[in-house]
Design a protein. Structure first.
Length: 81
């Protein structure tokens, strides 16, 4: 992870953040890299992750995301309320 991402990870850990809203397509990182970093940091083990995407994911890709216990949702954009 890049230097900025390490700083953000430290900030989330200190604030005891309960939910991380994250885009599927993050420049310089894959979704799995983000999930692995959160998973291996014990301070973030209780954090839930909600992904947003403008790209339609195949069912197999969604299943891969939800294989991580911390992923609680996937919202495809555009969406309306």
């Amino acid at each position: 992870m890049g230097e900025v991402n390490i700083v953000l990870k430290e900030r989330y850990a200190k604030q005891n953040t309960a939910l991380l809203r994250c885009k599927i397509m993050v420049p310089g990182l894959t979704t799995k890299e983000i999930l692995r970093e959160v998973e291996k940091d014990g301070r973030l083990s209780g954090m839930k992750i909600l992904f947003l995407t403008a790209v339609h994911l195949q069912e197999a890709e969604e299943e891969d995301l939800f294989a991580f216990k911390q992923v609680v949702g996937l919202i495809e954009k555009p969406f309306s309320v």
